[in-house]
Design a protein around this ligand. Structure first.
Ligand code: UFG
Length: 317
């Protein structure tokens, strides 16, 4: 089976490419490398450097493919607040173009990277897939719009699809070409920032007065390797005319201070931090209910928070 991996040069997409190749899939990649890195493209993959906003690029990338894993898109909450039009254009219009070109090419299998940001501030945790979707930022709104577009597409054109709503992706994969890891500039995610903290430039803890046990935000971290395992299980479970939605986390919550403690244990000294004001748009607690993915996909995440920080740390060396 040949899978088109959009966004296949980025952090999550390149990990998917590597694992899919190892499992014997043939791979095509479509990426404009605006966030990813062309040096992540392995030998053996068919690489189209192009944009979701250019239907011809998509059509070239789809040649001979049987399925699509759609990772490409803008994914920074803060940036989406500043540039909502950019997020709508790349994420929503780009995904529309992808669905149209899949239709032209007769490709019906799709696994899409959605986000917990579609839910917004949860009324109940852990969050189930049927929780209300009220995104609190343009990023989450674009992911929800794409999910809705895919549902309509599954009814109108009978495609087989799964949207995977990621909680907080972390960790890294050691591939035969070295570590595949987060390489964002600027880096906004907690775990890499904690591991790079120095006494001169300590990591900021965004808010210590949240209504949580230790006053810091609680998130559900899932290892990128477990995440891709769920993608492959989702791909193999697709049914024509059906669009399934799955939450992907570990089902456990860790506060910012607990993540700092896990990282300190991995690095061997107490990581310096500085208490700082809350970050705009942050919900207090996000934890996934992953029972649907466990039951319907037979998926069990196996990496804990210690493995996520240790792998991220190892990827720095
Ligand atoms: N945090 C800090 N200091 C930092 C960075 C983050 O205290 O330097 C805190 C944040 O305030 C938050 C937590 O650590 O409480 C996690 O923050 P991240 O930036 O690592 O991740 P987010 O929870 O903001 O967002 C991530 C993805 C989104 C996705 C969301 C869903 O980036 O795309 O998870 O759970 F929508």
């Amino acid at each position: 089976m040949r899978v088109l991996v959009t966004g296949g040069t980025g952090y999550v997409g390149s990990t998917a490419v590597d694992i899919l190749l190892t499992k014997g899939y043939s791979i095509s990649i479509l990426d404009d490398c605006s966030m990813g890195h062309s040096d992540n493209v392995p030998t053996g993959a068919n690489f189209v450097q192009g944009s979701l906003l250019n239907p011809d690029d998509i059509a070239r990338a789809l040649v001979d493919c049987d399925a699509v894993m759609h990772f490409a898109g803008k994914s920074l909450v803060g940036e989406s607040v500043e540039k909502p039009d950019l997020y709508h254009s790349v994420n929503v219009d780009g995904s529309r173009n992808l669905l149209d070109q899949m239709h032209v090419a007769g490709i019906k299998n799709l696994v899409f990277s959605s986000s917990a940001a579609t839910y917004g501030e949860p009324r109940q945790v852990p969050i189930k897939e049927d929780a209300p979707t009220q995104p609190t930022n343009p990023y989450g709104a674009t992911k929800l719009a794409i999910d809705q577009m895919i549902t309509a597409e599954s009814k109108a054109r009978g495609i087989a699809a799964a949207s995977l709503r990621y909680f907080n992706v972390a960790g890294a994969l050691k591939s035969s070409r070295g570590w595949l890891a987060e390489r964002h500039n600027p880096e906004t995610h907690l775990i890499p920032n904690v591991l790079r903290s120095t006494p001169e430039n300590p990591v900021k803890i965004f808010g210590t007065d949240w209504p949580t046990a230790d006053g810091t935000c609680v998130r559900d971290y899932v290892h990128v390797v477990d995440l891709i395992d769920a993608h492959i299980k989702a791909l193999l479970s697709l049914q024509l005319g059906v669009h399934e939605i799955y939450n992907l986390g570990s089902g456990d919550g860790y506060s910012v201070r607990q993540v700092v403690a896990a990282a300190s244990a991995a690095i061997g000294y107490e990581i310096p931090t500085i208490d700082s004001p809350r970050r705009a748009g942050d919900p207090a607690v996000l934890i996934a209910d992953i029972s649907k993915a466990e039951e319907k996909l037979g998926w069990v995440p196996t990496h804990d928070i210690q493995a996520m920080v240790s792998d991220t740390l190892a990827s720095f060396s």
